[in-house]
Design a protein around this ligand. Structure first.
Ligand code: ATP
Length: 485
């Protein structure tokens, strides 16, 4: 404040001095004006104008050039993973589409639709199918004067039950076009629940709550029951005991097939969902999905091998349609940026590298150093085995080497395994329980959703991990892998 004030007064003084200088200068110039000085000034100003127009011309030229350079992508929304595509672009999900439609159609009448649990790997159409069905219900409800709302939240970044309930209230308010009347912070969760009930009851006859990535809502560690379980309990009970007078249905979506095992018995008895399973897509299905969006590009700009290659790359990891679509989009953008007239195979290969790195980055950005060490050790083992898998026992020894090398705390093997298991929720790594004969005991075998080398490269961006020499890690890993056979 003090500094600002003195600066202001200083500026004021300065302006005064400046003004008198300007007027003096003007007078002087008028008095001293001569043909030569005028000519000089004109020459000066002409050159300034010339320089400016040179600049603007070159920018203009560049703009025109970019403008004339035809883009390759005609409709970017078809390559946006959050865009709900029209029904005729949904491929290979007839069974799920039919099941979800059959169950949620109840919302059209005067009854409560059942709750649903949609599960399956990432990018297999769970959100798309739910949104497409809800969109159709909404259109029909509008024509029948039924106030229907789809209240959708992604639970990935919601850390507590209170935050989740506020988010639901806020989404419901958005859909209804009203305001939330409780503050986000500093009020009890009960007040947030009441606000959610008020908004829903006052604005909707029927509503579907879509809880995407619900398993990520774990809440505080000190609570016995995970936050997602408490949320399911409360929401489904509110429907039964008339806190919510609107007919509501809860659609829980998760990548974790075992999520329902962590739902407490209390929640389970009131939630009781109908299960709908979503499988991985194979390369042919992914090709069909991509072909149905081919018109995202101008005619004849996609080389014939672009779609099959993108589909093959996406099928290699875990049959994720989001990845297939991302690959084609990024390949198109790379081709556009390089001023190429066509999208070619090499653009897809370049895109594969970029998309993989981004996905790994997204996951590792938010995890603790300890989890990074566990992941690094395991990926380092997978990078050195023929089938790119890593045994937990071997991974743990490499983890021990890493923690010693950087002088970090060292967990027991059980905790290392648990940390790795937690990472499976991101679909970056998966595991199976294995045993090599009765004498060798049990171990977990980890498989990665992306190339282990990409994971290692990305984790090396963490300066603590980069302190350890990569060659040294490789020699420790090689010795350990040799020992395991
Ligand atoms: N059967 C399909 N037909 C056409 N497009 C699809 C299909 N399945 C998925 N997609 C597209 O793939 C992308 C990812 O799909 P979606 O978000 O529905 O997956 P998800 O199973 O909900 O994944 P996550 O669990 O990661 O949220 C979206 O752009 C969606 O439009």
């Amino acid at each position: 404040m003090g500094t600002d004030g003195s600066d202001d007064s200083h500026d004021g003084d300065g302006d005064g001095v400046g003004q008198s200088e300007v007027s003096d200068e003007t007078t002087d110039q008028a008095t001293l004006s001569s043909e030569s000085t005028t000519a000089e000034r004109e020459a000066d100003s002409a050159s300034t104008v010339q320089a400016a127009s040179d600049d603007s011309q070159s920018i203009e030229e560049m703009l025109l050039e970019f403008d004339q350079q035809e883009g390759l992508i005609r409709d970017r929304s078809l390559l946006d993973p959050n865009h709900i595509v029209e029904e005729d672009r949904i491929v290979g999900r007839d069974e799920q589409l039919q099941e979800v439609t059959k169950m949620l159609r109840v919302a059209l009448g005067d009854n409560r639709p059942p709750n649903l649990f949609l599960y399956g790997p990432s990018g297999t159409g769970k959100s798309l199918i739910t949104k497409a069905v809800c969109k159709n219900i909404s259109t029909i409800c509008e024509s029948r004067d039924i106030r229907f709302g789809t209240i959708e939240v992604n639970c990935q970044d919601l850390d507590t039950l209170g935050v989740a309930v506020y988010e639901l209230a806020s989404r419901a308010a958005d859909v209804a076009g009203v305001d939330v009347e409780v503050p986000k912070h500093g009020v009890a969760t009960k007040e947030k629940w009441d606000e959610l009930y008020r908004i829903v009851n006052e604005n909707f006859d029927s509503a579907v709550f879509v809880l995407d990535e619900l398993d990520m809502l774990v809440g505080r560690r000190d609570k016995q029951e995970p936050a997602f379980s408490r949320l399911l309990y409360q929401l489904s009970r509110a429907g039964a005991n008339n806190d919510l007078t609107a007919h509501i249905s809860v659609v829980a979506i998760s990548n974790d097939t075992k999520m329902m095992e962590s739902v407490g018995s209390r929640a389970l008895s009131s939630f009781t969902p109908e299960d709908v399973h979503f499988d991985d897509y194979d390369a042919n299905q992914l090709q069909a999905i991509l072909r149905r969006r081919r018109d995202a590009f101008y005619d004849d700009v996609l080389d014939d091998d672009v779609i099959p290659l993108a589909a093959a790359f996406a099928a290699q990891t875990h049959g994720d349609a989001r990845k297939a679509i991302d690959l084609v989009r990024v390949a198109g953008e790379l081709a556009e940026r390089e001023g190429d007239e066509r999208v070619r195979e090499e653009h897809v290969r370049e895109a594969q590298d970029k998309v993989e790195k981004n996905r790994v980055l997204e996951v590792v950005r938010g995890i603790s150093t300890q989890k990074k060490l566990c992941l690094y050790a395991t990926a380092a083992v997978a990078a050195e085995t023929d089938d790119e898998s890593a045994r937990s026992t071997t991974g743990y020894r490499v983890y021990q080497f890493l923690t010693d090398a950087i002088d970090a705390d060292q967990y027991h093997q059980e905790t290392y395994v648990n940390k790795m298991k937690e990472l499976t929720t991101y679909s970056l790594v998966d595991f199976e329980r294995r045993s090599h004969g009765p004498s060798s005991g049990m171990f977990l075998e980890f498989q990665f959703g992306e190339r282990p080398e990409t994971i290692l490269e990305t984790l090396r961006e963490d300066s603590r991990i980069d302190m350890v020499s990569a060659e040294e890690v490789t020699s420790v890993v090689t010795a350990q892998v040799r020992n395991q056979t």
